[in-house]
Design a protein around this ligand. Sequence first.
Ligand code: SF4
Ligand code: SF4
Length: 435
Amino acid sequence: MAQIAMVMNLDKCIGCHTCSVTCKQTWTNRAGTEYVWFNNVETRPGQGYPRGYEDQDRWKGGWRLAHGRLVPRAGGRVRRLARLFANPELPLLDDYYQPWTYDYDNLTTAPLGDDVPTAPPRSLVDGRPMAVTWGPNWDDDLGGGPGHLAGDPVLRKIGDDVRLQYEQSFMFYLPRICEHCLNPSCVAACPSGALYKRVEDGIVLVDQDRCRGWRMCVTGCPYKKVYFNHQTGKAEKCTMCYPRVEAGEPTVCSETCVGRLRYLGVMLYDADRVGEAASVPREEDLYPAQLGCFLDPGDPAVASAAEASGIPHDWVEAARRSPVYSLISRYRVALPLHPEYRTMPMVWYVPPLSPIVDALAETGHDGEEVGNLFGAIESLRIPLGYLAGLFTAGDIAPVEAALRRLAAMRAHMRRLNLGEDADPAIAARVDMEPA
Ligand code: SF4
Ligand code: SF4
C-alpha cells in the first residue's frame, strides 16, 4: 500500500503560525469553524490544543486495545448507551479557544510587576473584560516556570525524570495536523461510516453527506484532530490538501512554511503488518514495530511488487525519491508522535537538537564538536526523557540515536561547507559516504 506522509523538522520551527493561518484561510474560514485549526502549532512544554488532549485518562475511560483494534473502554450496557447517545468524552469549547486581546494602551506604561505573569488572560464579552483561563500558546507567555510545566501531561507522566527549575527551562514548537494514521481510530469510531481512509494514498477524510454529527470521531481520535462544525452539524478535519496533492502540488502548510521544515512524501508499507504492529504488548516496542511496516522503495523487488498490486508507477517513483523514507527509515532521525496511541501515525518529527548544556558552559559552543558526538549527552537542554515521552513511548535509546546522528550530520555538513575534507569517522556515524 502507498501512504502520503509528512516529516517535520522541529529544529527549524519558529512558531510563526504562517502554516496555521494559510491553512485556515484555505479550508476553515466559514461560520462554525472559528475554533477549528486543522493545523495548529503548540508550545512545548504546554497543554496542547485542545487543552490537555494528551491526557488520555481525562477522556473518561478512553479506548483500549482488543484483538489489534481500538475499542471504547466501556463498562456495561448503561455506559455504552450513554456513550452512544450523550458521547460525554468531548473536549469543551473552553479547551479549544477563548480569544483574548492585549491591553495595548498600557503595554508599555504599566508598572513593573512579578517576573512571571500569574493573572489569567482576559477577553472582552459584551464590552466587559472577562477572565479566561487559557488559550492556545498561552504557555509561551508563562515562560516555562514550574507551575506552568506541571500542566504538561507528558511532563506529568515522566515525573521525576525532569527537574522543573526555571534555570533549566526549555521551549520549542510542535506543529500538528491530522496524522492520517495507518490504523485510524476515528474511522473505527464513526457509526455512520462517514470517516474513511482512501485506498490510493491513505488520506483520511469525512464524507459530509454521510456524517450525522455523532462526534464519536472527536472522542475516538487520541490526537483530537477532528473538529465539529456547530453550524453545519458535521465533523471536519485536515484533508492533507488532497485536491492539491492530486494535482501534484504540496499541501498549503508545506508550501507556505517559513522554515521549510515540512517534508512530504510517499511511503510504501505492508498492510498485513499494521494490525500486528499496532497490537504489540509493550508500548516501547511500538516505534520499531511501525518502522517494520515500511518497505524500502529502492528495493527492485518491493517496487515491482508494489506496481503489480496496482500502485501507479509514478507513486512508486515518488516513494523512491521521497526524503520522508530517508528521514524515517534510512537515517532514523524522524520519530512518530505518541506511538502509544496505537493508531500508527504518519506525520513524523525530527526532534530538536538542543545545545549540550555542559559544553555550552565550558566552551561557549553548542556541543556539536566531534568529541561530543561520541560522549555523554545527558545534559541536553531539552531532556531526552521529555522527547522520549513525546515520540517513543518513553524509550530513550532511539531518541538519543537520532540526536547523535543529527549532530553528526551537522558536523559533517559544516566541514564540507567550510571546504574541509570529510571525516570518515563522522560520515560513518550518519551512514553517509565520505565526500
Ligand atoms: Fe483519525 Fe485522529 Fe488519526 Fe487523523 S490523527 S487519522 S483524525 S485518528
Ligand atoms: Fe513552524 Fe513553518 Fe508553521 Fe512557521 S510556518 S509555525 S516555521 S511549521
